[in-house]
Write a protein that binds this ligand. Structure first.
Ligand code: NAP
Length: 480
């Protein structure tokens, strides 16, 4: 059985309860995991609160060394970590290796940034005053993460938090607890002081969440997950005015203009839509193709999608792994059924693949319209809905007409259009002829109901820091 990690020690939960983690490719049991409850969470918060007293004053250069050690340890253990991603989350091993690299890159970037948490001095209004601005860590941070990037969504929070001088209690998703446990085992090699990072695996998210939200020692909630849960956490966190960072759902438009390199655009849609079997917050959810190039686009797109191999992620030829669970399969089915009932055409795919695992055929739908569910909710599955458009102004209006604002993509070779469209799209992340824009040094995050705050970049560090100003009055005349 895998255990909780509290104050530098592995322990069972206070109740002794466990829950199971399964492989989505074949339904097999992977291991049982300690089922943390409210009391365990309070213990972890207490450990983090005690550790904060020392960690927050460790010199930046030493915190930087710890973070570099975390990066090195993840890279050294890349295969172990990647295999656990494929086993528990399902994505193909080559994608899992990429995730490990991406996840580790946050430690490297924030190891460098930890040394650049600078203050400022401001001109004062009086000759005998000085104003100094300094940055201080917010305190104990609660990090709640999803299953779709079971390592990267944790390190994207832990790394800036530790760089800032905060301590952390992590609550990972119920479907991928073993990824979090494996990561913590790898980080244990770096000898972080006890209590600096703590892990509560649980099948009782509400119970654990209540403690994280209501314990006054927790000063910040950083969350990645669905917009509904994000809104609930934000409301509850406001009772104590805890700070929040919310990385929530998206509904990315992917626009292909008639002046684009079509093959490049098709490859981009494939990378965006089918990576992780369509289970990414930034994946293309509405693919807008300009009318005059539709036939050419569709025939090339369908040819490439029909060549995909779907299966268990450890097989080297596999491009698309299983969906995370039966609910995910059902959601893809519902979206397809609704779209077909409302007039969409099925170009390829459309069905669950029979067998033990949660496999679904890569699917293309044509003649999709905005009144279909697929254009309003995230599908989180390998279903590509194609819409046509005539003009630039029309497509911008349609692309913006959703409550989400996380990522948007467009392909064009027209220089002026590149500037116009990137400025008008109401999204936090724009991929201009680029389907995979996420990197550690850039501020990742959404507008509108896709969230508040940014992860990555220097902005990602500011979210873990308080700004303080010290107004200093002094005698500016020397007495002798
Ligand atoms: P989710 O259902 O919102 O769950 C996310 C996390 O919140 C899980 O750890 C979950 O625990 C926990 N949780 C649920 N209810 C809670 C409560 N009442 N109190 C405390 N914690 C609670 O989302 P998901 O299905 O795991 O992930 C998919 C969603 O994440 C999609 O909407 C996707 O777009 C979004 N996402 C966004 C980003 C981004 O950067 N913007 C990145 C990745 C994913 P359990 O697992 O135990 O339910």
């Amino acid at each position: 059985m895998s255990k909780l990690y509290i104050n530098g020690r592995w322990s069972a939960s206070e109740t002794g309860r466990e829950f199971n983690s399964y492989n989505p490719a074949n339904g097999s049991l992977l291991d049982s995991v300690a089922d943390g409850n409210r009391e365990d969470t309070a213990n972890a918060i207490h450990a983090a609160e005690e550790a904060f007293k020392k960690w927050s004053v460790v010199p930046a250069i030493q915190r930087s060394d710890y973070l570099m050690a975390c990066y090195d340890s993840m890279i050294k253990n890349q295969d172990l970590l990647a295999e656990m991603i494929t086993r528990e989350q399902g994505k193909p091993l080559k994608e899992a290796i990429n995730e490990v690299g991406y996840a580790a890159s946050f430690f490297r970037w924030y190891a460098e940034e930890a040394r650049r948490i600078y203050g400022e001095t401001l001109p004062s209004n009086a000759a005998d005053k000085r104003i100094v601005i300094s940055r201080q860590p917010v305190g104990v941070v609660a990090a709640i993460t999803p299953w779709n990037f079971p390592l990267a969504m944790i390190t994207r929070k832990i790394a800036p938090a530790l760089a800032a001088g905060c301590t952390v209690v992590v609550k990972p998703a119920e479907q991928t607890p073993l990824n979090a446990v494996t990561l913590f085992k790898v980080l244990e090699e770096c000898n972080l002081p006890p209590g600096v990072i703590n892990l509560i695996t649980t099948s009782q998210p509400r119970d654990v969440g209540e403690e994280l939200l209501h314990n006054p020692a927790v000063k910040k909630i950083t969350f990645t997950g669905s917009t509904d849960v994000g809104k609930y956490l934000t409301k509850e966190a406001s009772n104590q005015m805890k700070r929040v960072s919310m990385e929530l759902g998206g509904h990315a438009p992917f626009i292909v203009f008639d002046d684009a390199d079509i093959e490049d655009a098709v490859n981009g849609v494939i990378a965006s839509k089918f990576r992780n079997a369509g289970q990414t917050c930034v994946c293309a959810n509405r693919i807008y193709v300009q009318e005059s190039i539709m036939d050419e686009f569709i025939s090339l797109f369908a040819e490439k999608v029909n060549a995909f191999s779907v299966g268990e992620g450890f097989k080297s030829e596999v491009d698309i792994g299983p969906l995370i669970d039966k609910d995910a399969i059902q959601k893809s089915k519902n979206h397809i059924e609704d779209a077909l009932n409302k007039g969409a055409k099925l170009i390829t795919g459309g069905k669950q693949i029979n067998g033990e695992g949660n496999f679904f055929e890569p699917t293309i739908l044509l003649d999709v319209a905005e009144d279909m569910y697929i254009c309003q909710e995230e599908t989180f599955g390998p279903v590509a809905p194609i819409l046509t458009f005539k003009t630039e102004n029309e497509v911008i209006e349609r692309a913006n007409n959703v409550p989400y604002g996380l990522a948007a993509y467009f392909y064009t070779n027209d220089y002026s259009r590149s500037i116009r469209v990137s400025e008008k799209l109401e999204y936090g992340i724009i991929g201009l002829n680029d389907a995979i824009p996420a990197v550690a040094q850039a501020p990742f995050g959404g507008m509108k109901e896709s969230g508040v705050g940014r992860e990555g970049g220097k902005e990602g560090l500011l979210d873990f820091l308080e700004t303080k100003y010290i107004s200093m009055k002094f005698k500016n005349e020397c007495e002798q």
